[in-house]
Every structure is written in C-alpha cells, then in structure tokens.
Write a protein that binds this ligand. Structure first.
Ligand code: ATP
Length: 208
C-alpha cells in the first residue's frame, strides 16, 4: 500500500538525507528506528503529505502523493492517513467528542456519531466524551489522539514518538492500543521511536 522510491530530502542549509526504499503492505506494522537527527520526523512528514521531498516518490495505494493538488492532498490525508503526534494537538475550545467530529468535517466526510462513541469506548475513555483537553492527563490525551486518528478509518496510522512522554504503564497501554486498533481497523501502522520499550512489540523494522 505504500511505496517509497529513491527518496531524499535536502533542507536549506542542511545535509541531504537519503531514505532507503520501503514497501509496506496492507495492515503491516513497522517500527521506524534511527538515532536523533537521522530523519525520522522528516520521513513521517513526507509520507503524511506535509513535506515535499527534494527527490523521489511516495505512492500510497498507487496514488503519487506529490502529484496531487494541495486541496486534493488535504482530502487524501484526511481520509487515508491518521497521525498521532508526540504531543497531542487537540483543539482546546472543543470537547473530546467535538474534536473527533472535527476530524471528519476537515476531511469532507459525514460525522459518524456512533463510530466516534464506539472508538472512545474501545479506548476506555467514553467517560471523557464531554471533557475538554485541558482537563485530561497526558495518557488520556494520547488515547483521545489515537481515537481522533482513527475517526476516518484510515488505511495508514502514523505515530511519531507516541510514548516518549508517558510512564511505563501508560506507554505499554498506548502500544497495545495502537497495534490492536490498527489491526481491528484494517490499517497499516508505522511507529517512529527510540523508546526501547516499544521494540519488543513490533517485528518489522525500517532503520535510518
Ligand atoms: N526545518 C528544518 N530546516 C533545516 N534542517 C532541518 C529541519 N528539520 C530538520 N532538520 C534537520 O534534518 C535532520 C533530520 O531531522 P529529523 O527531525 O527528521 O530527525 P529525527 O530522526 O526525527 O530526530 P529526533 O529523533 O531527534 O526527533 C537533522 O539534522 C535536523 O537538524
């Protein structure tokens, strides 16, 4: 479902980062490993359609990502890719449920209230539906981020250092949640990390 070919990126005043070719099949789960500064976030931004690479191509479901117009790219991302950032980016003035609904609206999709409630239930945070981000703990926020990333039934779930700010217990829960939710929702999963605690849970590794 994802094919990365001959990809490299050159930041202004930076060095060229070269990315080995990478093929990810439907529903495969991968770790993206590499030392600090090796280009993990850069690659995730490229795959997510947020950063145009200097050279090479990214094919997702046979769509050449960087051949899309900006508008189509936004729609494509909203519908096919769920992103979980290191620190959750939720809208503070909206409650949890409204944050989930916004993800559908932004992708031009109808709101599926039943699915949203089911996601919150599966992630063990149904009681937080009407709470606001400022009222939640880091672990709870991370769960809401996972729910929001899944709202539009993405084909690909991307998580950038999802456990770095969590204690052992919450980290273990988030990994379990990501792997099982990706599986249940039929999505491929990429987790970028240098968190040793994550490595035992995912077999396939792409090293930068
Ligand atoms: N906007 C930018 N402009 C210039 N150089 C950048 C920019 N963003 C990243 N870089 C450089 O590109 C290289 C890769 O950065 P990147 O953030 O992708 O690494 P990373 O593997 O995610 O690191 P970390 O694990 O520390 O988050 C680094 O040398 C970094 O300094």
């Amino acid at each position: 479902m994802i094919n990365i070919k001959s990809l490299s990126h050159l930041y202004e005043q930076g060095r060229r980062i070269k990315f080995p070719d990478w093929e990810i099949a439907d529903m495969e789960q991968w770790l993206l490993l590499g030392s600090s500064g090796s280009g993990k976030s850069t690659l995730l931004n490229i795959i997510s359609g947020l950063l145009k690479p200097t050279l090479g191509e990214v094919l997702i479901n046979d769509t050449d990502l960087y051949q899309l117009t900006a508008r189509n790219m936004d729609r494509f991302r909203g519908r096919h890719i769920g992103i979980i950032f290191q620190r959750p980016h939720l809208i503070r003035s909206l409650n949890v449920l409204d944050n989930l609904e916004l993800a559908a609206v932004m992708a031009g999709l109808p709101i599926d209230g039943e699915r949203n409630l089911l996601l919150l239930k599966e992630l063990g945070i149904i009681e937080l539906a009407k709470r606001y981000p400022d009222e939640l703990s880091q672990g709870q926020l991370q769960r809401v981020s996972v729910a929001r990333a899944l709202v539009n039934k993405p084909d690909l779930l991307i998580a950038d250092e999802p456990t770095s700010s969590l204690d052992d217990e919450n980290a273990a829960q988030v990994i379990k949640m990501l792997t099982s939710q990706a599986k249940d929702n039929g999505a491929a999963l990429i987790i970028a990390t240098h968190d040793q605690r994550v490595r035992d849970h995912i077999a396939k590794t792409y090293l930068l």
